[in-house]
Design a protein around this ligand. Sequence first.
Ligand SMILES: [Zn+2]
Length: 288
Amino acid sequence: MLVALGELLKDAEKNRYAVGSFNTPNLETLRAVVMAAEETNTPVTLNHAMAHNHVIPVEEIAPLMLKYAKESKVPMSVHIDHGKTPEFVHKAIRLGFTSIMYDCSELSFEENAKRVKEFVDLVHPLGITVEAELGNMLLSAGDGGAPGKKKEDYYTDPDAAARFCELTGVDCLAITFGTEHGIGDKPQILDIERLKAIKEKVGDRAALVMHGGSGTPAEEIKKAVIGGIRKINYFSAIDVAATAAVVKEIEAGAGKPVHYCELALIATEMLKKKCVEAINMFNSARTS
Ligand SMILES: [Zn+2]
C-alpha cells in the first residue's frame, strides 16, 4: 500500500530500525525491491533520483512506481531522491510522489533552510513528507571535494542540524558522518560519536537519514542504526551485483547468442537477493 514516508519513519523510530530506501530506475529494480520488501514483510521507499532521469524520465517511471506501491502487501512510500530544482520537485508533486528530498545542501545554510522551509510549508498540507540534507556528502566515492579540504570538513554539525530542523520543520534530514555515494576503494568508517551528538541535539524534530551506505561494512551500518539512523539510501552495491550476475551469464554462454530478456530476469533475481540482504542488515538492530 502507498503511504507517506512519515508513517514509515514513525514505525522505524518506535521499533528502532532503518527503512531501506532503494532507487528503482527501471522495471527490473522496481520489481526486485517490491519482491524483497514483500518477502521480508518490511516497509521500504521506492526512489527515483533526479540524477537517474537520463535512465528514465520521472514522468515514465512514476506511474509504475505508484502502481507497484499501491498493489504491494507492505507499506511503501514513493520518494524523490536528491531533487535539486524547484521545477523537478514540483513536477514530482503533480505526479503523486508521497515524499520528496529537496536537496539544497550545496547552498549556504541560510539559503538551504529558506528554500526547504518554503517547500515544507507548500507540501505539508498535501500530506507529503520532506527530506533535506545538511552537510555535504561528496558526490561520489573518492571525490576529495575542494582543494585543501578533507572529507571530514563536510560532516554535519550537530548544533546546525538542530537549528536547521527547528527553522524548517523538515521531516527527515540526511546527514554526513562518513559515508560516500557509490563504492569507494576502501571501507567507510563512520563517525558514530558525531551521529549520536546530532541525534541528541535534533531529538524528535526530524528522523535522521544516511545516504551512500553501499561501501559501508555491515557492522558500521548496524552501529549507525543503533545510533539513530531511521532511513538508509542504498543502491550502488545492489546495482553492481546485478551487473556481475549478468556478466557471469554471458561468459557462461561462451559466445552463443544470449537473450536479453533472460538476462533481465537474472539481474532481477540478483537485485532482489541483495535488496533482501540490505533490508535484513537495516533490521538487524531492531529492538521489537
Ligand atoms: Zn544521496
